[in-house]
Design a protein around this ligand. Structure first.
Ligand code: SME
Length: 165
């Protein structure tokens, strides 16, 4: 699938994966790539209200807001704080069926009711977190987890090839 073709509304998970891979082959700039991946995920995943990236600042044990689609969001989250900070600290995916019941949940968008956060690993470290929020409870299941972990793995494998210029 060519980048110029955009993403069909009935695209399969395989199409989306191919599209993400194509994006990373065609462009090395990290912000541009993450921005387009968040746009693709927003286009592909129904019933969500926010999707985007938080980027790890290792020396500060903190994540800072990266490219996203949705309402303006909290800009900095410490490791261990909220769903994002806990997923980054534990270095594994967190699926939260009901954000109201998650101790320490950070309510950036008051519409959010469920959430999934998938860490991006590179060189044995967590370098970013992919965060998706939904306005309904219990939105994220195994299919979404597997899919988003695949996107995260692809990104992690290419992380050090990406540049700031
Ligand atoms: N809810 C997240 C904060 C980020 S927003 O959802 C975009 C959390 O608890 O870490």
């Amino acid at each position: 699938m060519e980048l110029e073709e955009g993403l069909a509304e009935n695209a399969t998970l395989e199409d989306v994966k191919a599209f993400v891979e194509g994006l990373m082959e065609g462009e090395r700039n990290r912000v541009a790539t993450l921005a387009n991946i968040s746009a693709i995920l927003n286009q592909y995943l129904p019933k969500i209200n926010w999707v985007g990236f938080y980027l790890v600042v290792p020396e500060k044990k903190m994540l800072v807001l990266g490219p996203f689609q949705g309402s303006a969001a909290c800009t900095r989250i410490r490791f261990g704080e909220g769903v994002v900070g806990q997923a980054a600290q534990r270095a594994h995916t967190l699926v939260v069926d009901n954000v109201m019941a998650f101790p320490g949940h950070i309510a950036c968008d008051s519409r959010s009711r469920s959430e999934i956060v998938v860490p991006v690993h590179s060189g044995g470290e967590v370098v970013a977190a992919l965060d998706v929020d939904a306005p309904e409870m219990d939105r994220f299941h195994d299919a979404e987890k597997v899919f988003l972990e695949t996107v995260s793995r692809l990104l992690g494998e290419n992380w050090n090839l990406m540049t700031d210029c």
